[in-house]
Design a protein around this ligand. Structure first.
Ligand code: ZN
Length: 140
């Protein structure tokens, strides 16, 4: 493949800008997953909605935060199929304010949040039976 074609067909990627990551093509769920993995192996903090808006869309503005919020449930379902569980944290008003991979090093608090999340999803019928089973198995 010549260099010019390689440039035209460039794969979406996360580039490093100062101390932050930035998607070259907006929301791509694989890149969101990679970014969450960077948190898990890096600062170990959750990814806040502000961080995800900046990472995926370049700026932390309301429109971008909403765009992230609309995509988190879909990302969660996709990750479950890969047997990864996303802990989603909500504000008291029910808005998504952050998310983080559940890992074997999760704290007891995180485990409780994750279990609560699964039960809420089960009640609301947000997840198929199969995905619920995966989720419950992941949390042990
Ligand atoms: Zn982040």
């Amino acid at each position: 493949m010549s260099e010019s074609i390689a440039r035209v067909r460039r794969q979406p990627e996360l580039i490093q800008v100062n101390d932050r990551q930035l998607s070259t093509q907006g929301w791509i769920s694989d890149l969101a997953e990679r970014h969450l993995m960077a948190h898990l192996t890096g600062d170990r903090d959750e990814c806040t909605i502000e961080c995800m808006a900046r990472t995926m869309f370049g700026r932390n503005i309301p429109r971008n935060r909403e765009a992230v919020r609309r995509r988190i449930a879909g990302l969660h379902r996709k990750l479950l199929e890969a047997h990864k569980f996303l802990i989603i944290r909500y504000s008291e008003r029910g808005q998504i304010i952050g998310c983080k991979f559940y890992s074997s090093e999760a704290t007891e608090d995180e485990r409780i949040v994750a279990l609560t999340q699964i039960e809420r999803m089960a009640r609301r019928g947000d997840l198929s039976h199969e995905r619920l089973e995966i989720a419950r198995a992941l949390l042990g």
